[in-house]
Write a protein that binds this ligand. Structure first.
Ligand SMILES: [Zn+2]
Length: 82
């Protein structure tokens, strides 16, 4: 299994992730954002297998992020009782 089983080069931008403009209803438009709308600037699209993998890993990654945040949070301040 290789990485290309999970993603493929975006056909719209050829993998650059950029698109300076596009044609809409026969009229050339400037793409102000500059990012390819086909791949959101990533330059690749996920295959069906890739999407499955992402869905499988999402809960694990979310858990890792939450653990990371819990570690980063400062300890709760002790309030003085008057
Ligand atoms: Zn693209």
């Amino acid at each position: 299994m290789v990485i290309n089983d999970f993603k493929r080069t975006c056909a719209r931008c050829g993998g650059s992730g950029h698109q300076p403009g596009f044609v809409q209803m026969g009229v050339s438009q400037i793409n102000y954002d500059g990012r390819c709308p086909g791949c959101s600037g990533r330059g690749f699209e996920l295959t069906e297998l890739g999407r499955d993998l992402v869905e499988m890993l999402r809960p694990i990654v979310m858990e890792m992020i939450q653990e990371e945040r819990a570690d980063a949070e400062p300890p709760p301040r002790k309030e003085k009782l008057v």
